[in-house]
Design a protein around this ligand. Structure first.
Ligand SMILES: NC(=O)c1ccc[n+]([C@@H]2O[C@H](COP(=O)([O-])OP(=O)(O)OC[C@H]3O[C@@H](n4cnc5c(N)ncnc54)[C@H](OP(=O)(O)O)[C@@H]3O)[C@@H](O)[C@H]2O)c1
Length: 254
């Protein structure tokens, strides 16, 4: 498919998967805007990719998002593609006394509430866009829950079901809805959660972005690279078996 040039906004695009996706869109000649909380991270990305546009913006802050809507409207005449990529993952033993409740609520805010909030405020721009697309980055863990990260797994399966539910609704407005469900990918998020030692080999973010781009440009709407594809298959074929495989160690070790 010969894709037209588009204006693409990627939340959490200053590192990891978001930055790799940004490179793909830039390679294609698109205008790319990335956001995040940490300005230094964004400035580092800008040093490497001169043509990228950066905005410090927190997906959990209503006023930041409204400001972003105004800025993108003024600077670029609106966006065509919204990529809800920002996310965090915390390991947690829910049976432990004294867990930090605010930290658990923050994870829900960033991973699940924020994509809903972003769509809410960017919907008018997407409705006016050419080939409008919403891309939600969930996780292979949306197919099979991972006990060591219970809030994360919950948010990603919620994001998965929300994405499926809104797809036929937004189609009525010519907005394509795509979901990328990455496997373990070699980023800070996976590092911090010790995921890379846990199950199977981490995929380099560049490889993930290459698979995404291929599937995205041929029109696939549910993109499950590598192990995520296996998780999808096994969750249907043998859900109890794959749950046990993934959760041999239910309590985080660190
Ligand atoms: N790596 C994996 O194994 C894996 C697997 C499946 C799915 N995913 C998903 O892929 C997405 C990207 O993660 P990653 O692996 O690339 O990790 P990463 O390198 O840590 O990237 C996450 C990005 O989200 C941004 N972010 C976090 N909270 C934010 C907030 N409140 N507002 C705006 N930006 C925020 C971070 O920037 P700041 O800290 O500067 O805000 C960071 O740039 C996440 O949704 C994650 O759940 C990752």
């Amino acid at each position: 498919m010969n894709k037209p040039k588009q204006k693409v906004l990627i939340t959490g695009g200053g590192s990891g998967i978001g930055l790799s996706l940004a490179r793909k869109f830039l390679d294609h000649g698109d205008t790319v805007i990335i956001t995040g909380r940490n300005l230094k991270k964004l400035e580092d990305a800008k040093r490497e990719l001169n043509q990228i546009h950066i905005y410090q913006s927190d997906v959990t802050k209503e006023e930041d998002i409204k400001k972003l809507v105004d800025l993108t409207q003024q600077e670029f005449g609106g966006i065509d593609v919204l990529v809800n990529n920002a996310g965090i993952m915390n390991l947690l033993d829910s049976g432990k006394d004294g867990n930090d409740l605010l930290k658990q609520m923050e994870e829900i805010e960033i991973n699940f509430h924020a994509p809903i909030r972003m769509l809410h405020y960017f919907l008018p721009q997407l409705k006016k866009a050419n080939n409008a697309t919403l891309i939600n980055v969930s996780s292979g863990l949306a197919y099979v829950t991972f006990s060591q990260a219970p809030i994360y797994s919950g948010t990603k399966s919620a994001l998965h079901f929300w994405t499926m539910a809104i797809r036929p609704q937004l189609k009525q407005h010519q907005i394509r809805v795509v979901e990328l469900l990455p496997p373990v990918v070699d980023t800070k998020l996976a590092d911090d959660a010790d995921l890379k030692d846990d199950f199977l080999k981490a995929m380099p973010p560049e490889k993930l972005a290459a698979i995404f781009w291929k599937d995205y440009t041929i029109g696939k709407n549910e993109i499950a690279p590598g192990v995520s594809k296996i998780l999808r298959f096994m969750s249907r074929l043998a859900p109890k078996f794959i749950f046990k495989q993934l959760n041999k160690q239910a309590i985080p070790t660190k």
